[in-house]
Design a protein around this ligand. Structure first.
Ligand SMILES: Cc1cc2nc3c(=O)[nH]c(=O)nc-3n(C[C@H](O)[C@H](O)[C@H](O)COP(=O)(O)OP(=O)(O)OC[C@H]3O[C@@H](n4cnc5c(N)ncnc54)[C@H](O)[C@@H]3O)c2cc1C
Length: 363
């Protein structure tokens, strides 16, 4: 018998159509076998974790969805580090809570991010000055169509800002993820001003792991960024990434636009007189500048809480970057609002906003 399900019951934005073939293997071996069978037999297939970074269309999904629910956390000591491996279906925040309770530093600033461990490397989750790549050691991965389980290390994954090869065309199943953590009751140095301020310490300070976790959870809750009964948390978190543009375009923006240069300091190229300069090893690529998507949206005249007439999709009343479902929004309404915001920002500043979540079933 084939099981059916609804995307709206499996995603945090609560939109999306029906699923005609829904699989929910419960053990690691079953998960791998199911994935091998499904990915060699038919298209399309989709792997679903916590459904917290995916927007699916209202149309029926004519394929197979594999819901990842495998659990388990193991550790082993490797010199002065502890390697912690979690199965893909483990809720991300349960892993963070476990590391904090066990005196392992490295993941504490990523407290409260929804979703699963297997979903976390897809966009290299990040918040409050930390990102998954900081402590990532490796992951176990199965390529489609009867592939073997392989171990992928950072060089195969090209982690960047909300980016990885897994989001950028490397299809397959993440079975488990391993992190290299530091045994310590105190945190790694705080890299984010708002978090330092909330704790009343300077940037770069370290405090107890549990203190970081508490402060991050409080900050996130105040922005509707933890899943709770707050109507502002019925979202995929940030709908847009912060755009990275050329220095030239960034200079055309108003003086008070937040800008973060991505140029890394490098030594000047010194060429002795009379010698032909060799630029081969000298990176002449123009550096990018990261802008604040929230600032661009607000300054394009779209305020928190905004919605289009007759639509159940709206911007969160606490966070301009989150699109929320106020109750009965359709995926089409979510997309309509996203398009409106994108066009308005483009018309005002010439900057193109990109969606952060995976979009499924849209043209
Ligand atoms: C309130 C809220 C706050 C958020 N805050 C943040 C934040 O601060 N920082 C941040 O980076 N993100 C944030 N997010 C986004 C989201 O929580 C993360 O991206 C999360 O890691 C997604 O995991 P998931 O299991 O829910 O993935 P899903 O939404 O289920 O899937 C997302 C993508 O990953 C793929 N995928 C999932 N699991 C696997 C697997 N095992 N193997 C292969 N592919 C897989 C899916 O096919 C899909 O393409 C937030 C979301 C919400 C709702």
């Amino acid at each position: 018998m084939t099981n059916t399900a609804e995307f709206r019951d499996l995603t945090t934005l609560r939109v999306g159509g029906s699923i005609s073939d829904f699989r929910e293997p419960t053990t690691r071996a079953d998960l791998i076998e199911t994935f091998r069978d499904v990915s060699s037999a038919r298209e399309p297939w989709l792997i679903l974790g916590g459904g917290s970074n995916i927007v699916v269309s209202d149309e029926p999904f004519d394929g197979t969805v594999i819901h990842v629910t495998t659990r388990g956390i193991d550790r082993h000591i490797d010199g002065d580090r502890v390697l912690v491996t979690a199965q893909a279906g483990e809720p991300w925040d349960a892993l963070v809570e476990w590391t904090v309770a066990n005196g392992l530093a490295g993941l504490e600033a990523l407290s409260g991010i929804p979703g699963t461990v297997g979903g976390a490397p897809i966009q290299n989750i990040g918040a409050y000055g930390a990102e998954l790549a900081d402590t990532f050691e490796s992951l176990q991965f199965v390529p489609p169509r009867r592939g073997d389980v392989v171990t992928l290390r950072p060089d195969a994954l090209n982690f960047g800002y909300r980016q990885s090869s897994l989001k950028d065309g490397l299809d397959g199943l993440v079975v488990s993820v391993t992190f290299a953590l530091t045994p310590s009751e105190t945190s790694t140095p705080i890299q984010f001003e708002q978090l330092a301020n909330a704790l009343g310490v300077p940037l770069g300070a370290t405090v107890a792991l549990a203190e970081i976790r508490r402060a991050v959870l409080e900050l996130r809750a105040s922005k509707g960024m933890v899943i709770s009964d707050d109507p502002d948390s019925v979202s995929v978190g940030s709908f847009f990434t912060n755009p990275i543009v050329s220095e030239e375009l960034s200079r055309s923006l108003p003086a008070d636009a937040p800008r973060f240069s991505l140029r890394t300091e490098r030594a000047p190229l010194i060429v002795p007189l009379g010698i032909e300069p060799d630029f081969a090893d000298f990176d002449t690529e123009p550096a990018g500048v990261k802008l604040s998507a929230a600032w661009l949206i607000e300054r394009a005249g779209i305020a928190k809480g905004f919605s289009l007439a007759g639509s159940e999709a709206a911007l969160s009343s606490k966070h301009t970057l989150a699109i929320i479902n106020r109750g009965n929004a359709t995926a089409d309404q979510v997309l309509e609002l996203a398009r409106f915001v994108t066009i308005r920002v483009h018309d005002t500043f010439g900057v193109v906003l990109e969606p952060e979540p995976t979009m499924i079933g849209f043209d």
